[in-house]
Design a protein around this ligand. Structure first.
Ligand SMILES: Cc1cc2nc3c(=O)[nH]c(=O)nc-3n(C[C@H](O)[C@H](O)[C@H](O)COP(=O)(O)OP(=O)(O)OC[C@H]3O[C@@H](n4cnc5c(N)ncnc54)[C@H](O)[C@@H]3O)c2cc1C
Ligand code: SF4
Length: 549
C-alpha cells in the first residue's frame, strides 16, 4: 500500500450501531445507491446504506501484486477463492466472466471514470418505458449527474504516449481520437460535496483504486453528501433478501462472508435495491424464492454492454499502458486509465457503432503481465521483461484497449444451488465480438502490432468473453410482462392486477438498464438514479435541493 497516512473510516459507522428501523434502507453504495442516499437524506429521511464491501480510503488501494491478489474474489462453479469483501468481485461463468467492484463507493472505486452519454438512438428503442422519452426528466438527470461528478478531459490528454499511439493508428484509418471525459480532478480542489481532491498525477492506476485521492468516486461525492445530511453508512453487511413486514419492509442480512443463516433484520418504510446488476438481481431472485411476488422477467435481458478489454502486442511506438503507481515507480507519467477514444458511429445501424478507448493497466498487476503473455508464444519478450521490468523492453509497446459496442442483451441470471449464475449460451458468437476484433485488429495493425484478444484464455478460465459493464436483470419496462420495474424504478407486483407496483420497494442501479448502451454506463446509471429521485420527489411530496455544496 502507499505510504500516505490514511484514516480507517470516514463515512461508515460500526456495524454494532445499526438501528432496528429506518425510514429508508438502501442496499449497495455504487452510483444508484449513492444518488438515492444523498437525495433522501437531504429530504430529511432517516437513511441507512448497507454495503457488502469495505470502506477503503486513498492510500489503501493495492500497489503490489500480493495486495492485489488479496483484493480479488474469484467465484464460479469450479472455483471459490478470496475474501468475500474483496474489492474486485470476479465471477467466472461458463458463458461469460463478469467483474464488478465491491466496497463503499461500488464500481466507482475501481473504474476508469469514463463518463459518456449514449447515442440518442439508444433511448429511442421501444424496450424502454414510454415515459422516459416523454417526460424529459432523463435530460435533467444527466445535467445533475454531470454537476455532481464533473467529468472532464485531461488538459494534457493528447500529450500522453498511449493517446499518441492511438492517434497514429486512428489517423492511418481515417479518424483521429478525442480526449475522453473522465470523473477525475486534474487540479486540486474539492468535489461537489466538499471532499478535498488531490490533483491527478497521471499514474494510470485508476482501475486498481486511486491512492492519490484524485478520482471523483461515489464515496467522494454522493455518499459524503448523504453522510453530511445524517445518513448512516454500514460496511461489511451483505443483504440476503427482502420481505414484507407488519409495518413496511424487512431487510434480511448478515455479516459479509458469514456462511450461516442471515442474522440481522432491519425494518424500513422504503427499501431501495442498489446492489448493482448482479447484486440486486440476486437479492430479487432470493426474495422471490422467499415469497415476494416479483415479475417472471427477473434475471432476463442481461447485457455485457458489448464491452471488452483487449491488447495489442509489438506496436512500433512507445505506448506506456502500464500504471506507474503512487509513489511512482518510474518518472514518465502515463495518463489516467483512459485519456483518449475514437467513436466509430454507424449512422445506418446503431448496433455496429463501436467506441475504442486506449487504457492503462494498474501498476499492481505489472509483475504478472509477463506471465500472462507467456502462453501466447511471446516467450522472448516476456522473459526480457521479467529481467528488465515491464517499464522497459517490449511491454512499453503493449497497447491496452477498452472497447464498447452493442450486444443482444440475451443473457439470463438465475439461482442455481443458491448461487447466482449467468447463462448465455450464444455469448461467444454475438456479432459484437467479431466487430470489435475487426476494429481493434485494424488499429493495432496500423501501428505495426498484433492483436491479442484474451491473453488469459486457457484451461484455467477458458476463452469466454469478459465484461466490466454488466447491465440488466431487473429491467425497467412498460409492463410486468416485459420487465421488473416501471419507469420510476418501482418493483412490479405480479400478484395484483394491472401494472400494480409494490409500494416502497425500488431498484436503482445498472440492473434496470434494459439494453446495451454502447458507451461506458456510469453516467447513464447516475442519470437514471437522479431521474428516479425526481419522480420520488413528486410522487411522495418530498423536498430536497439537488445542488452541489
Ligand atoms: C475495472 C472497471 C472499469 C470500469 N470503467 C468504467 C468507466 O470508465 N466508465 C463507466 O461508465 N463504467 C465503468 N465501469 C462500470 C461501472 O463502474 C459500473 O457500471 C457501475 O459502478 C455500476 O453502478 P451501480 O450503481 O449499478 O452498482 P455498483 O457500482 O456495482 O455498486 C453496487 C454495490 O452494491 C454492493 N452489493 C452487492 N451485493 C450486495 C448485497 N447483497 N448486500 C450489500 N451490498 C451489496 C457491491 O459491493 C457494490 O459496492 C467499470 C467497471 C470496472 C469493474
Ligand atoms: S491517474 Fe492516478 S492519480 Fe489520476 S485518477 Fe487515476 S489513479 Fe488517481
Amino acid at each position: 500500500m502507499s505510504s500516505r497516512p490514511v484514516r480507517e473510516s470516514v463515512l461508515t459507522r460500526p456495524r454494532s450501531e445499526i438501528a432496528r428501523r429506518y425510514d429508508v434502507v438502501i442496499v449497495g453504495s455504487g452510483y444508484g445507491g449513492g444518488v438515492s442516499a444523498s437525495r433522501l437524506a437531504r429530504a430529511g429521511k432517516r437513511v441507512a446504506v448497507i454495503e457488502k464491501g469495505r470502506e477503503l480510503q486513498p492510500g489503501q488501494f493495492p500497489t503490489r501484486f500480493p495486495e492485489l491478489r488479496n483484493e480479488m474474489r474469484l467465484s464460479g462453479h469450479r472455483i471459490n477463492v478470496g475474501r468475500a469483501d474483496a474489492l474486485f468481485d470476479v465471477r467466472l461463468g461458463d458463458d461469460m466472466h463478469v467483474v464488478v467492484g465491491c466496497g463503499v463507493g461500488g464500481g466507482s472505486l475501481i473504474n476508469a471514470g469514463v463518463a459518456l452519454k449514449p447515442d440518442p438512438r439508444v433511448f429511442a428503442d421501444s424496450v424502454w418505458p414510454g415515459e422516459l422519452a416523454q417526460d424529459g426528466l432523463i435530460e435533467e438527470g444527466y445535467r445533475r449527474a454531470r454537476a455532481w461528478l464533473r467529468p472532464a478531459a485531461a488538459p494534457d490528454a493528447a500529450r500522453m504516449s498511449k493517446f499518441q499511439a492511438l492517434d497514429l493508428a486512428g489517423t492511418a484509418r481515417g479518424q483521429r481520437p478525442e480526449p475522453a471525459p473522465v470523473t477525475i480532478a486534474f487540479e486540486a480542489g474539492t468535489s461537489a460535496s466538499g471532499t478535498p481532491l488531490a490533483a491527478c498525477t497521471r499514474c494510470g492506476d485508476c482501475c486498481g483504486g486511486c491512492n492519490v485521492g484524485a478520482k471523483v468516486t461515489v464515496a467522494a461525492t454522493y455518499l459524503t453528501d448523504a453522510r453530511r445530511h445524517g445518513a448512516d453508512i454500514f460496511a461489511g453487511i451483505a443483504v440476503d433478501h427482502v420481505r414484507k413486514g407488519p409495518d413496511g419492509w424487512q431487510v434480511v442480512a448478515g455479516a459479509t462472508g458469514d456462511t450461516g443463516a442471515p442474522t440481522t433484520l432491519i425494518e424500513a418504510g422504503m427499501v431501495i435495491l442498489s446492489a448493482g446488476t448482479l447484486g440486486s438481481t440476486e437479492i430479487l431472485l432470493r426474495s422471490r424464492a422467499a415469497g415476494l411476488p416479483v415479475s417472471e422477467r427477473a434475471g432476463e435481458r442481461f447485457s455485457a454492454n458489448g464491452d471488452i478489454i483487449a491488447f495489442g502486442w509489438g506496436a512500433k511506438p512507445i505506448v506506456n499502458a502500464i500504471g506507474i503507481g503512487h509513489p511512482p515507480r518510474v518518472e514518465t507519467p502515463v495518463g489516467a486509465a483512459v485519456s483518449g477514444q475514437i467513436a466509430y458511429v454507424d449512422e445506418s445501424d446503431l448496433a455496429r457503432s463501436v467506441t475504442v478507448q486506449e487504457g492503462v493497466l494498474p501498476s499492481a498487476i505489472a509483475p504478472a503481465l509477463p506471465l500472462m503473455f507467456l502462453p501466447n508464444g511471446r516467450l522472448l519478450g516476456a522473459l526480457q521483461s521479467l529481467v528488465s521490468g515491464v517499464y522497459n523492453g517490449p511491454f512499453r509497446h503493449l497497447q491496452t484497449f477498452f472497447a464498447v459496442s452493442h450486444d443482444s442483451a440475451a443473457g439470463r441470471l438465475g439461482l442455481e444451488d443458491g448461487r447466482l449464475v449467468l447463462r448465455w449460451p450464444g455469448a461467444k458468437s454475438e456479432p459484437v465480438f467479431e466487430r470489435l476484433n475487426e476494429t481493434l485488429t485494424g488499429i493495432v495493425g496500423a501501428v505495426g502490432g498484433s492483436y491479442v484478444a484474451n491473453p488469459l484464455a486457457g484451461p484455467m478460465i477458458g476463452d469466454q468473453p469478459a465484461t466490466a459493464h454488466p447491465l440488466g436483470g431487473a429491467v425497467m419496462a412498460r409492463s410486468r410482462d416485459t420487465g421488473v420495474v416501471d419507469h420510476a424504478s418501482r418493483l412490479f407486483d405480479p400478484s395484483r392486477p394491472g401494472q400494480a407496483v409494490h409500494e416502497g420497494l425500488y431498484v436503482i442501479d445498472g440492473s434496470i438498464v434494459p439494453r446495451s448502451l454502447g458507451c461506458n454506463p456510469l453516467l447513464t446509471i447516475t442519470a437514471l438514479a437522479e431521474r428516479a429521485m425526481l419522480h420520488m420527489e413528486r410522487d411522495l411530496g418530498l423536498r430536497f435541493s439537488p445542488d452541489p455544496l
